[in-house]
Design a protein around this ligand. Structure first.
Ligand code: TEU
Length: 580
Protein backbone atom coordinates (compact mmCIF):
# COMPACT_ATOMS: atom_id res chain seq x y z
CA UNK A 1 0.00 0.00 0.00
CA UNK A 2 1.73 3.19 -1.18
CA UNK A 3 -0.14 5.24 1.42
CA UNK A 4 1.70 3.42 4.19
CA UNK A 5 4.95 5.19 4.97
CA UNK A 6 7.40 4.77 7.83
CA UNK A 7 7.29 8.48 8.60
CA UNK A 8 3.53 8.36 9.17
CA UNK A 9 4.08 5.65 11.76
CA UNK A 10 6.92 7.52 13.46
CA UNK A 11 7.19 9.73 16.52
CA UNK A 12 9.77 12.48 16.04
CA UNK A 13 11.84 13.88 18.91
CA UNK A 14 13.30 17.35 18.44
CA UNK A 15 16.70 18.15 19.99
CA UNK A 16 17.99 21.68 20.53
CA UNK A 17 21.64 20.73 21.08
CA UNK A 18 22.66 23.88 22.90
CA UNK A 19 20.25 23.01 25.72
CA UNK A 20 20.13 19.21 25.75
CA UNK A 21 23.22 17.88 27.52
CA UNK A 22 26.70 19.30 28.04
CA UNK A 23 29.51 16.73 28.09
CA UNK A 24 32.52 19.03 28.52
CA UNK A 25 31.50 21.55 31.15
CA UNK A 26 31.52 24.71 29.01
CA UNK A 27 27.87 25.37 29.82
CA UNK A 28 26.71 24.68 26.27
CA UNK A 29 25.16 21.39 25.21
CA UNK A 30 27.07 19.37 22.61
CA UNK A 31 26.96 16.33 20.36
CA UNK A 32 28.83 14.02 22.76
CA UNK A 33 26.26 15.03 25.31
CA UNK A 34 23.52 13.75 23.03
CA UNK A 35 25.42 10.51 22.40
CA UNK A 36 25.49 10.00 26.18
CA UNK A 37 21.69 10.20 26.21
CA UNK A 38 20.80 8.09 23.23
CA UNK A 39 19.62 5.31 25.52
CA UNK A 40 17.18 7.75 27.05
CA UNK A 41 15.65 8.32 23.59
CA UNK A 42 15.61 4.60 22.90
CA UNK A 43 13.85 3.97 26.17
CA UNK A 44 11.24 6.61 25.32
CA UNK A 45 10.70 4.71 22.08
CA UNK A 46 10.92 7.55 19.58
CA UNK A 47 11.65 6.69 15.95
CA UNK A 48 13.29 9.81 14.57
CA UNK A 49 15.48 12.59 15.93
CA UNK A 50 15.32 16.04 14.38
CA UNK A 51 18.58 17.75 15.24
CA UNK A 52 18.46 21.56 15.24
CA UNK A 53 21.46 23.23 13.54
CA UNK A 54 24.91 22.01 14.60
CA UNK A 55 26.85 23.63 11.76
CA UNK A 56 29.67 26.14 12.03
CA UNK A 57 28.06 29.44 12.98
CA UNK A 58 28.78 32.72 14.76
CA UNK A 59 25.48 32.10 16.60
CA UNK A 60 23.68 35.37 16.06
CA UNK A 61 20.55 33.19 15.98
CA UNK A 62 21.82 30.04 17.73
CA UNK A 63 22.99 28.26 14.62
CA UNK A 64 20.26 29.40 12.22
CA UNK A 65 22.99 31.63 10.78
CA UNK A 66 25.37 29.19 9.08
CA UNK A 67 28.96 30.01 8.19
CA UNK A 68 29.90 26.58 6.84
CA UNK A 69 27.32 23.93 5.94
CA UNK A 70 29.91 21.16 5.91
CA UNK A 71 31.43 21.66 9.35
CA UNK A 72 30.25 21.24 12.94
CA UNK A 73 30.45 24.28 15.19
CA UNK A 74 33.37 23.99 17.66
CA UNK A 75 31.13 24.44 20.67
CA UNK A 76 29.20 21.29 19.72
CA UNK A 77 32.15 19.10 18.67
CA UNK A 78 33.47 17.61 15.45
CA UNK A 79 32.28 15.67 12.45
CA UNK A 80 33.60 12.53 14.16
CA UNK A 81 31.32 13.23 17.09
CA UNK A 82 28.45 13.68 14.66
CA UNK A 83 29.30 10.35 12.99
CA UNK A 84 29.23 8.72 16.41
CA UNK A 85 25.80 10.21 17.08
CA UNK A 86 24.41 9.03 13.75
CA UNK A 87 25.73 5.51 14.40
CA UNK A 88 24.46 5.42 17.97
CA UNK A 89 20.98 6.38 16.76
CA UNK A 90 20.98 4.04 13.78
CA UNK A 91 22.20 1.15 15.96
CA UNK A 92 19.02 1.58 17.97
CA UNK A 93 16.79 1.90 14.92
CA UNK A 94 16.33 5.66 15.39
CA UNK A 95 16.50 7.75 12.24
CA UNK A 96 18.17 11.16 12.04
CA UNK A 97 16.98 14.25 10.19
CA UNK A 98 19.01 17.45 9.93
CA UNK A 99 17.91 21.07 9.95
CA UNK A 100 18.32 22.64 6.50
CA UNK A 101 18.65 26.42 6.75
CA UNK A 102 18.97 27.74 3.20
CA UNK A 103 16.71 30.76 2.94
CA UNK A 104 19.72 32.63 4.34
CA UNK A 105 23.30 32.09 5.45
CA UNK A 106 25.45 33.86 8.00
CA UNK A 107 27.01 37.14 6.82
CA UNK A 108 30.27 35.38 7.70
CA UNK A 109 29.70 32.65 5.10
CA UNK A 110 32.32 32.66 2.37
CA UNK A 111 29.63 33.26 -0.28
CA UNK A 112 28.57 36.47 1.40
CA UNK A 113 32.14 37.71 1.89
CA UNK A 114 32.70 37.22 -1.83
CA UNK A 115 29.35 38.72 -2.70
CA UNK A 116 30.17 41.90 -0.81
CA UNK A 117 33.32 42.21 -2.90
CA UNK A 118 31.28 41.51 -6.05
CA UNK A 119 33.60 38.60 -6.83
CA UNK A 120 32.58 37.03 -10.13
CA UNK A 121 29.62 34.68 -9.93
CA UNK A 122 29.13 35.40 -6.21
CA UNK A 123 28.04 38.99 -6.86
CA UNK A 124 24.51 37.80 -7.42
CA UNK A 125 24.23 35.15 -4.65
CA UNK A 126 22.24 37.51 -2.39
CA UNK A 127 19.68 40.31 -2.78
CA UNK A 128 21.57 43.56 -3.35
CA UNK A 129 19.80 46.81 -4.14
CA UNK A 130 20.51 50.54 -4.31
CA UNK A 131 19.07 52.67 -1.53
CA UNK A 132 16.34 55.24 -2.13
CA UNK A 133 16.52 58.97 -1.89
CA UNK A 134 15.41 59.95 1.56
CA UNK A 135 12.61 62.27 0.40
CA UNK A 136 11.27 59.77 -2.12
CA UNK A 137 9.89 57.32 0.44
CA UNK A 138 7.07 57.51 2.93
CA UNK A 139 8.10 54.73 5.28
CA UNK A 140 9.81 55.03 8.63
CA UNK A 141 13.10 53.19 8.75
CA UNK A 142 16.75 53.26 9.64
CA UNK A 143 18.81 55.28 7.18
CA UNK A 144 22.07 54.66 5.35
CA UNK A 145 24.78 57.19 4.41
CA UNK A 146 23.55 60.73 3.73
CA UNK A 147 20.21 59.79 5.19
CA UNK A 148 19.56 57.40 2.31
CA UNK A 149 16.48 55.18 2.80
CA UNK A 150 16.51 51.40 2.33
CA UNK A 151 15.33 50.00 -1.02
CA UNK A 152 11.88 48.91 0.22
CA UNK A 153 9.62 49.15 3.26
CA UNK A 154 10.15 45.52 4.23
CA UNK A 155 10.68 44.86 7.94
CA UNK A 156 12.56 41.96 9.49
CA UNK A 157 10.81 39.20 11.44
CA UNK A 158 13.10 40.14 14.33
CA UNK A 159 12.20 43.86 14.21
CA UNK A 160 13.83 46.74 12.31
CA UNK A 161 14.28 47.06 8.55
CA UNK A 162 14.83 43.95 6.43
CA UNK A 163 17.69 45.76 4.69
CA UNK A 164 21.17 46.69 5.91
CA UNK A 165 23.66 48.95 4.21
CA UNK A 166 27.02 47.41 3.37
CA UNK A 167 29.93 49.86 3.31
CA UNK A 168 32.17 47.56 1.30
CA UNK A 169 29.79 47.18 -1.60
CA UNK A 170 27.97 50.48 -1.19
CA UNK A 171 24.60 48.77 -1.51
CA UNK A 172 21.90 47.33 0.72
CA UNK A 173 21.30 43.61 1.24
CA UNK A 174 18.06 41.87 2.17
CA UNK A 175 17.67 39.91 5.42
CA UNK A 176 14.20 38.77 6.46
CA UNK A 177 15.69 37.85 9.84
CA UNK A 178 18.71 39.30 11.67
CA UNK A 179 21.21 41.55 9.80
CA UNK A 180 23.62 38.65 10.30
CA UNK A 181 21.32 36.40 8.20
CA UNK A 182 21.41 37.68 4.59
CA UNK A 183 18.83 36.03 2.27
CA UNK A 184 20.15 33.86 -0.54
CA UNK A 185 19.02 34.75 -4.04
CA UNK A 186 17.31 31.55 -5.20
CA UNK A 187 16.62 33.11 -8.60
CA UNK A 188 20.26 32.46 -9.32
CA UNK A 189 20.50 28.83 -10.52
CA UNK A 190 24.03 28.56 -9.10
CA UNK A 191 22.61 29.22 -5.64
CA UNK A 192 20.13 26.39 -6.06
CA UNK A 193 22.93 24.08 -7.22
CA UNK A 194 24.95 24.99 -4.12
CA UNK A 195 21.97 24.10 -1.94
CA UNK A 196 21.36 20.79 -3.70
CA UNK A 197 25.06 19.94 -3.41
CA UNK A 198 25.15 20.49 0.31
CA UNK A 199 21.99 18.42 0.72
CA UNK A 200 23.66 15.61 -1.22
CA UNK A 201 26.73 15.95 0.96
CA UNK A 202 24.65 15.26 4.08
CA UNK A 203 22.56 12.55 2.44
CA UNK A 204 25.81 10.80 1.51
CA UNK A 205 26.57 10.76 5.22
CA UNK A 206 23.57 8.59 5.81
CA UNK A 207 20.91 10.94 7.14
CA UNK A 208 17.23 10.15 6.78
CA UNK A 209 15.80 13.51 5.84
CA UNK A 210 15.56 17.23 6.52
CA UNK A 211 13.53 19.74 8.45
CA UNK A 212 13.54 22.76 6.14
CA UNK A 213 13.74 26.13 7.84
CA UNK A 214 11.32 28.83 6.53
CA UNK A 215 11.39 27.07 3.19
CA UNK A 216 8.28 28.88 1.90
CA UNK A 217 10.20 32.20 1.91
CA UNK A 218 12.79 31.32 -0.73
CA UNK A 219 10.96 32.86 -3.70
CA UNK A 220 10.54 36.62 -3.38
CA UNK A 221 7.77 38.47 -5.23
CA UNK A 222 8.88 40.25 -8.39
CA UNK A 223 10.22 43.73 -7.69
CA UNK A 224 10.11 43.14 -3.89
CA UNK A 225 7.13 45.50 -3.67
CA UNK A 226 6.71 47.66 -0.59
CA UNK A 227 3.42 47.40 1.20
CA UNK A 228 3.80 49.93 4.03
CA UNK A 229 0.34 49.21 5.45
CA UNK A 230 0.73 45.43 5.52
CA UNK A 231 2.31 43.63 8.46
CA UNK A 232 6.10 43.95 8.17
CA UNK A 233 5.74 46.39 5.28
CA UNK A 234 5.36 43.69 2.63
CA UNK A 235 7.81 41.05 3.89
CA UNK A 236 4.95 38.58 4.30
CA UNK A 237 4.43 38.65 0.53
CA UNK A 238 7.60 36.56 0.33
CA UNK A 239 5.63 33.64 1.79
CA UNK A 240 4.65 31.08 -0.88
CA UNK A 241 6.19 33.34 -3.53
CA UNK A 242 5.80 33.05 -7.32
CA UNK A 243 8.54 30.46 -8.00
CA UNK A 244 8.53 28.49 -4.74
CA UNK A 245 6.96 25.35 -6.23
CA UNK A 246 9.28 25.46 -9.20
CA UNK A 247 12.30 25.55 -6.85
CA UNK A 248 11.02 22.84 -4.55
CA UNK A 249 9.99 20.49 -7.32
CA UNK A 250 13.46 20.98 -8.79
CA UNK A 251 14.87 20.02 -5.39
CA UNK A 252 12.57 17.02 -5.29
CA UNK A 253 13.75 15.78 -8.69
CA UNK A 254 17.37 16.56 -8.07
CA UNK A 255 17.92 15.34 -4.46
CA UNK A 256 14.85 14.03 -2.73
CA UNK A 257 13.96 11.07 -4.89
CA UNK A 258 14.73 8.57 -2.15
CA UNK A 259 12.89 7.40 0.93
CA UNK A 260 13.25 10.37 3.27
CA UNK A 261 11.30 12.28 5.87
CA UNK A 262 11.12 15.91 4.81
CA UNK A 263 9.21 18.50 6.77
CA UNK A 264 8.95 22.07 5.55
CA UNK A 265 8.49 24.98 7.91
CA UNK A 266 5.91 27.29 6.31
CA UNK A 267 5.74 30.66 8.04
CA UNK A 268 2.93 33.15 7.71
CA UNK A 269 -0.39 33.99 9.32
CA UNK A 270 -2.09 31.52 7.03
CA UNK A 271 -1.09 28.89 4.54
CA UNK A 272 -3.59 28.43 1.71
CA UNK A 273 -4.53 24.77 1.37
CA UNK A 274 -3.79 24.75 -2.40
CA UNK A 275 -0.18 25.67 -1.60
CA UNK A 276 0.02 23.07 1.15
CA UNK A 277 -1.19 20.37 -1.21
CA UNK A 278 1.39 21.32 -3.81
CA UNK A 279 4.20 21.25 -1.23
CA UNK A 280 3.10 17.73 -0.31
CA UNK A 281 2.31 16.35 -3.75
CA UNK A 282 4.70 13.42 -4.45
CA UNK A 283 4.71 14.42 -8.11
CA UNK A 284 5.20 18.08 -7.21
CA UNK A 285 7.38 19.41 -4.41
CA UNK A 286 7.30 16.03 -2.69
CA UNK A 287 7.67 17.03 0.96
CA UNK A 288 6.42 14.44 3.48
CA UNK A 289 4.75 17.02 5.72
CA UNK A 290 4.84 20.63 6.82
CA UNK A 291 4.64 22.88 9.85
CA UNK A 292 2.06 25.63 9.54
CA UNK A 293 1.62 28.35 12.17
CA UNK A 294 -2.15 28.77 12.37
CA UNK A 295 -2.53 27.37 15.89
CA UNK A 296 0.64 29.14 17.06
CA UNK A 297 -0.80 32.54 16.20
CA UNK A 298 -4.17 32.26 17.99
CA UNK A 299 -2.90 33.91 21.17
CA UNK A 300 -0.27 36.18 19.60
CA UNK A 301 -0.52 39.96 19.66
CA UNK A 302 1.40 42.16 17.26
CA UNK A 303 4.47 42.57 19.47
CA UNK A 304 6.36 39.65 20.98
CA UNK A 305 5.22 40.67 24.46
CA UNK A 306 1.52 40.89 23.58
CA UNK A 307 -1.04 38.15 24.07
CA UNK A 308 -4.60 37.53 22.94
CA UNK A 309 -7.15 35.22 24.50
CA UNK A 310 -7.69 31.92 22.70
CA UNK A 311 -10.46 29.39 23.06
CA UNK A 312 -10.66 25.72 22.49
CA UNK A 313 -13.13 25.88 19.62
CA UNK A 314 -10.66 28.04 17.62
CA UNK A 315 -7.85 25.61 18.31
CA UNK A 316 -10.02 22.70 17.20
CA UNK A 317 -11.09 24.57 14.09
CA UNK A 318 -7.46 24.87 12.98
CA UNK A 319 -6.77 21.15 13.44
CA UNK A 320 -10.09 20.12 11.93
CA UNK A 321 -9.52 22.26 8.85
CA UNK A 322 -6.05 20.81 8.34
CA UNK A 323 -7.19 17.22 8.81
CA UNK A 324 -9.88 17.73 6.22
CA UNK A 325 -7.67 19.72 3.86
CA UNK A 326 -5.04 16.98 3.67
CA UNK A 327 -7.44 14.04 3.81
CA UNK A 328 -7.00 13.05 0.18
CA UNK A 329 -3.41 14.15 -0.31
CA UNK A 330 -0.70 15.14 2.11
CA UNK A 331 -0.03 14.42 5.75
CA UNK A 332 -0.07 16.52 8.92
CA UNK A 333 2.83 17.23 11.27
CA UNK A 334 1.45 17.65 14.80
CA UNK A 335 3.12 19.98 17.29
CA UNK A 336 2.18 22.33 20.10
CA UNK A 337 5.66 23.62 20.86
CA UNK A 338 9.23 23.68 19.56
CA UNK A 339 12.41 25.74 20.07
CA UNK A 340 10.59 28.91 18.85
CA UNK A 341 7.53 28.63 21.06
CA UNK A 342 6.69 28.76 24.75
CA UNK A 343 6.15 25.47 26.57
CA UNK A 344 2.85 23.84 25.62
CA UNK A 345 1.75 22.99 29.16
CA UNK A 346 2.11 26.65 30.17
CA UNK A 347 0.33 27.86 27.05
CA UNK A 348 -2.49 25.39 26.36
CA UNK A 349 -2.65 23.56 29.68
CA UNK A 350 -2.29 24.46 33.35
CA UNK A 351 1.30 24.52 34.58
CA UNK A 352 0.22 24.87 38.22
CA UNK A 353 -2.17 22.56 39.98
CA UNK A 354 -2.94 20.34 36.97
CA UNK A 355 0.47 20.32 35.33
CA UNK A 356 0.74 16.54 35.15
CA UNK A 357 -2.85 16.08 34.02
CA UNK A 358 -2.81 18.79 31.38
CA UNK A 359 0.63 17.85 30.01
CA UNK A 360 -0.56 14.28 29.51
CA UNK A 361 -3.89 15.42 28.06
CA UNK A 362 -2.09 17.55 25.45
CA UNK A 363 0.18 14.62 24.71
CA UNK A 364 -2.86 12.39 24.21
CA UNK A 365 -4.18 14.88 21.67
CA UNK A 366 -0.93 15.05 19.70
CA UNK A 367 -0.54 11.29 19.63
CA UNK A 368 -4.11 10.40 18.69
CA UNK A 369 -4.93 12.96 16.02
CA UNK A 370 -4.12 11.91 12.47
CA UNK A 371 -0.55 12.95 11.64
CA UNK A 372 3.01 12.54 12.85
CA UNK A 373 3.61 13.77 16.41
CA UNK A 374 6.67 15.92 17.18
CA UNK A 375 7.93 15.89 20.77
CA UNK A 376 10.14 18.83 21.73
CA UNK A 377 12.82 18.01 24.32
CA UNK A 378 11.50 18.34 27.86
CA UNK A 379 7.86 18.22 26.75
CA UNK A 380 7.87 14.58 27.84
CA UNK A 381 8.63 15.76 31.40
CA UNK A 382 5.93 18.43 31.36
CA UNK A 383 8.60 21.17 31.44
CA UNK A 384 7.14 24.67 31.89
CA UNK A 385 7.89 28.28 30.95
CA UNK A 386 10.61 30.14 32.82
CA UNK A 387 9.97 33.01 35.26
CA UNK A 388 12.15 35.61 33.51
CA UNK A 389 12.81 38.60 35.78
CA UNK A 390 15.02 40.90 33.72
CA UNK A 391 16.40 41.54 30.25
CA UNK A 392 19.72 40.08 31.42
CA UNK A 393 18.13 36.64 31.72
CA UNK A 394 17.06 36.63 28.07
CA UNK A 395 19.26 35.44 25.21
CA UNK A 396 17.08 35.43 22.10
CA UNK A 397 17.28 38.03 19.29
CA UNK A 398 13.57 37.58 18.58
CA UNK A 399 12.73 38.98 22.04
CA UNK A 400 15.76 41.21 22.70
CA UNK A 401 15.94 43.13 19.39
CA UNK A 402 12.37 44.44 19.34
CA UNK A 403 12.18 44.92 23.10
CA UNK A 404 15.41 46.95 23.32
CA UNK A 405 14.28 49.07 20.37
CA UNK A 406 10.88 49.71 21.95
CA UNK A 407 12.44 50.61 25.30
CA UNK A 408 14.91 53.03 23.63
CA UNK A 409 12.08 54.62 21.66
CA UNK A 410 10.07 55.05 24.86
CA UNK A 411 7.22 52.87 23.52
CA UNK A 412 7.73 50.43 26.39
CA UNK A 413 8.59 51.87 29.80
CA UNK A 414 10.74 49.00 31.04
CA UNK A 415 11.08 45.23 31.09
CA UNK A 416 8.80 45.20 34.11
CA UNK A 417 5.99 46.76 32.06
CA UNK A 418 5.89 43.83 29.63
CA UNK A 419 7.19 41.08 31.87
CA UNK A 420 4.06 38.94 31.86
CA UNK A 421 3.91 38.94 28.07
CA UNK A 422 7.60 38.12 27.69
CA UNK A 423 7.24 35.29 30.19
CA UNK A 424 4.31 33.93 28.23
CA UNK A 425 5.71 34.29 24.71
CA UNK A 426 9.49 34.30 24.59
CA UNK A 427 11.28 31.65 22.55
CA UNK A 428 13.76 31.40 25.44
CA UNK A 429 11.10 29.50 27.41
CA UNK A 430 11.85 26.52 25.19
CA UNK A 431 15.60 26.97 25.34
CA UNK A 432 16.32 26.60 29.04
CA UNK A 433 18.31 23.43 29.73
CA UNK A 434 16.80 19.97 29.73
CA UNK A 435 16.10 18.92 33.31
CA UNK A 436 17.84 15.61 33.93
CA UNK A 437 17.97 15.62 37.73
CA UNK A 438 17.23 17.63 40.87
CA UNK A 439 20.97 18.28 41.22
CA UNK A 440 22.98 21.37 40.37
CA UNK A 441 22.04 22.88 36.98
CA UNK A 442 19.56 20.03 36.63
CA UNK A 443 22.41 17.72 35.64
CA UNK A 444 22.71 19.57 32.32
CA UNK A 445 26.29 20.81 32.86
CA UNK A 446 29.15 20.88 35.36
CA UNK A 447 29.88 24.47 34.30
CA UNK A 448 27.83 27.66 34.13
CA UNK A 449 24.83 27.11 31.83
CA UNK A 450 24.56 29.57 28.91
CA UNK A 451 20.95 30.33 29.92
CA UNK A 452 19.21 29.90 33.25
CA UNK A 453 17.98 26.50 34.40
CA UNK A 454 14.36 26.53 35.47
CA UNK A 455 14.24 26.66 39.29
CA UNK A 456 11.48 24.04 39.20
CA UNK A 457 13.99 21.34 38.19
CA UNK A 458 13.99 20.13 41.78
CA UNK A 459 10.49 18.78 41.12
CA UNK A 460 10.45 18.33 37.32
CA UNK A 461 13.29 16.17 36.04
CA UNK A 462 14.04 12.90 34.27
CA UNK A 463 15.17 11.00 37.36
CA UNK A 464 11.99 11.73 39.20
CA UNK A 465 9.74 11.17 36.20
CA UNK A 466 11.35 7.78 35.69
CA UNK A 467 10.79 6.77 39.27
CA UNK A 468 7.19 7.91 39.61
CA UNK A 469 4.09 5.92 38.71
CA UNK A 470 1.77 7.85 36.42
CA UNK A 471 4.41 10.45 35.54
CA UNK A 472 4.33 12.46 32.32
CA UNK A 473 7.40 10.60 31.03
CA UNK A 474 5.87 7.17 31.61
CA UNK A 475 2.70 8.30 29.91
CA UNK A 476 4.68 9.37 26.83
CA UNK A 477 6.20 5.90 26.65
CA UNK A 478 2.71 4.42 26.71
CA UNK A 479 1.57 6.75 23.93
CA UNK A 480 4.52 5.87 21.73
CA UNK A 481 3.81 2.19 22.29
CA UNK A 482 0.12 2.68 21.50
CA UNK A 483 1.04 3.98 18.06
CA UNK A 484 3.12 0.88 17.41
CA UNK A 485 0.37 -1.49 18.50
CA UNK A 486 -2.69 -0.06 16.80
CA UNK A 487 -2.88 0.79 13.12
CA UNK A 488 -5.94 2.92 13.70
CA UNK A 489 -3.81 5.42 15.65
CA UNK A 490 -1.80 6.10 12.51
CA UNK A 491 -4.19 5.48 9.65
CA UNK A 492 -7.71 5.87 11.01
CA UNK A 493 -10.03 8.59 9.69
CA UNK A 494 -10.61 11.45 12.11
CA UNK A 495 -14.13 12.60 12.96
CA UNK A 496 -14.60 15.47 15.44
CA UNK A 497 -17.65 15.18 17.74
CA UNK A 498 -18.57 18.58 19.19
CA UNK A 499 -16.58 21.10 17.15
CA UNK A 500 -18.04 24.18 18.87
CA UNK A 501 -17.62 22.97 22.43
CA UNK A 502 -15.11 25.13 24.33
CA UNK A 503 -14.43 22.65 27.11
CA UNK A 504 -14.23 19.18 25.65
CA UNK A 505 -12.37 17.95 22.58
CA UNK A 506 -13.76 14.57 21.56
CA UNK A 507 -13.37 12.56 18.36
CA UNK A 508 -13.28 9.17 16.81
CA UNK A 509 -10.64 7.55 14.63
CA UNK A 510 -11.93 4.80 12.38
CA UNK A 511 -10.09 2.30 10.21
CA UNK A 512 -11.70 -0.29 7.96
CA UNK A 513 -9.33 -3.24 7.74
CA UNK A 514 -9.35 -6.84 6.55
CA UNK A 515 -10.53 -8.01 9.96
CA UNK A 516 -13.33 -5.50 10.23
CA UNK A 517 -13.54 -1.99 11.56
CA UNK A 518 -11.37 -0.68 14.36
CA UNK A 519 -12.31 2.51 16.15
CA UNK A 520 -10.89 4.79 18.82
CA UNK A 521 -13.03 7.11 20.89
CA UNK A 522 -11.02 9.94 22.46
CA UNK A 523 -12.39 12.40 25.03
CA UNK A 524 -10.34 15.26 26.48
CA UNK A 525 -11.50 17.65 29.18
CA UNK A 526 -9.71 20.95 28.58
CA UNK A 527 -10.80 22.51 31.89
CA UNK A 528 -9.89 22.35 35.56
CA UNK A 529 -13.47 21.32 36.48
CA UNK A 530 -15.23 18.01 36.34
CA UNK A 531 -17.41 17.77 33.26
CA UNK A 532 -19.91 15.45 31.64
CA UNK A 533 -19.77 14.30 28.02
CA UNK A 534 -22.86 12.88 26.28
CA UNK A 535 -21.71 10.80 23.33
CA UNK A 536 -23.88 10.44 20.22
CA UNK A 537 -25.67 7.10 20.03
CA UNK A 538 -23.54 5.73 17.19
CA UNK A 539 -20.41 6.35 19.25
CA UNK A 540 -21.72 4.98 22.55
CA UNK A 541 -20.95 1.30 22.15
CA UNK A 542 -21.04 -2.00 23.97
CA UNK A 543 -17.89 -4.05 23.91
CA UNK A 544 -15.45 -1.15 23.92
CA UNK A 545 -12.32 -1.37 26.01
CA UNK A 546 -10.52 1.32 27.94
CA UNK A 547 -7.09 1.67 26.32
CA UNK A 548 -5.37 4.54 28.03
CA UNK A 549 -5.90 7.66 30.10
CA UNK A 550 -4.20 10.03 32.53
CA UNK A 551 -6.16 9.14 35.70
CA UNK A 552 -6.63 5.90 37.61
CA UNK A 553 -9.93 4.42 36.48
CA UNK A 554 -12.03 1.41 37.26
CA UNK A 555 -11.93 -0.08 33.78
CA UNK A 556 -15.22 -1.95 34.07
CA UNK A 557 -17.02 1.23 35.11
CA UNK A 558 -15.28 3.21 32.37
CA UNK A 559 -16.41 0.68 29.77
CA UNK A 560 -20.00 0.81 31.05
CA UNK A 561 -19.87 4.60 30.79
CA UNK A 562 -18.87 4.32 27.13
CA UNK A 563 -21.77 1.94 26.48
CA UNK A 564 -24.16 4.37 28.17
CA UNK A 565 -22.64 7.28 26.22
CA UNK A 566 -22.20 9.19 29.44
CA UNK A 567 -18.63 10.04 30.42
CA UNK A 568 -17.77 11.96 33.54
CA UNK A 569 -14.32 13.48 33.13
CA UNK A 570 -12.24 14.86 35.96
CA UNK A 571 -10.11 18.05 35.57
CA UNK A 572 -7.92 17.72 32.45
CA UNK A 573 -8.83 14.06 32.16
CA UNK A 574 -8.00 12.28 28.89
CA UNK A 575 -9.50 8.94 27.88
CA UNK A 576 -8.90 6.71 24.90
CA UNK A 577 -11.24 3.79 24.19
CA UNK A 578 -10.99 1.15 21.51
CA UNK A 579 -13.92 -0.52 19.84
CA UNK A 580 -13.61 -3.43 17.40
O1 TEU B 1 11.71 30.19 12.44
C1 TEU B 1 10.93 31.01 11.65
C2 TEU B 1 9.98 31.84 12.37
O2 TEU B 1 8.96 32.14 11.83
C3 TEU B 1 10.28 32.28 13.76
O3 TEU B 1 11.52 32.86 13.85
C4 TEU B 1 9.24 33.24 14.17
O4 TEU B 1 9.38 34.40 13.42
C5 TEU B 1 9.37 33.59 15.59
O5 TEU B 1 9.46 32.42 16.31
C6 TEU B 1 8.15 34.36 16.04
O6 TEU B 1 8.27 34.69 17.37
C7 TEU B 1 12.82 29.57 11.91
C8 TEU B 1 13.61 28.89 13.01
O7 TEU B 1 12.84 27.86 13.57
C9 TEU B 1 14.04 29.91 14.01
O8 TEU B 1 14.67 29.36 15.13
C10 TEU B 1 14.96 30.88 13.30
O9 TEU B 1 15.27 31.94 14.16
C11 TEU B 1 14.34 31.44 12.02
O10 TEU B 1 13.68 30.46 11.24
C12 TEU B 1 15.41 32.02 11.14
O11 TEU B 1 16.22 30.99 10.64
Amino acid sequence: DPDRRWWKEAVVYQIYPRSFNDSDGDGVGDIRGIVDRVDYLDDLGVDVVWLCPVYDSPNADNGYDIRDYRAITDQFGTLDDWNALRDALHDRGIRLIMDLVVNHTSDEHDWFRRSRREEGEYADYYWWREGREADAVDWESDRGPDGEAPPTAWQSFFGGPAWSYDERRGEWYLHLFDPKQPDLNWENPRVREEVFDLMDWWLDRGIDGFRMDVINLVSKPDGLPSDPDAPLGGTMNAANGPRVHEYLSEMNDRVLDRDLLTVGEMVGPELPMEHARRYLDPDGDGLSMLFHFEHMLLDRGEDVWEREEWDLSELKAVFNRWDEGLETGGWNALYLNNHDQPRMVSRFGDDGRYRRESATLLATLLHTLRGTPYVYQGEELGMTNYPFDSLEELRDVDTLNPLRTAIEAGEVASFEAVKEGVRANSRDNARTPMQWSAGEHAGFTDGEPWIGVNPNHDAINVERERATDGSVLRYYRDLVALREEHDVVVYGDYEPLFPDDDEVWAYTRTLDGDDGTERLVVALNFTGEETEVRLPSDVATEGGSYLLGNYDVDEAAATRALAAGDLRLRPWEARVYRVV
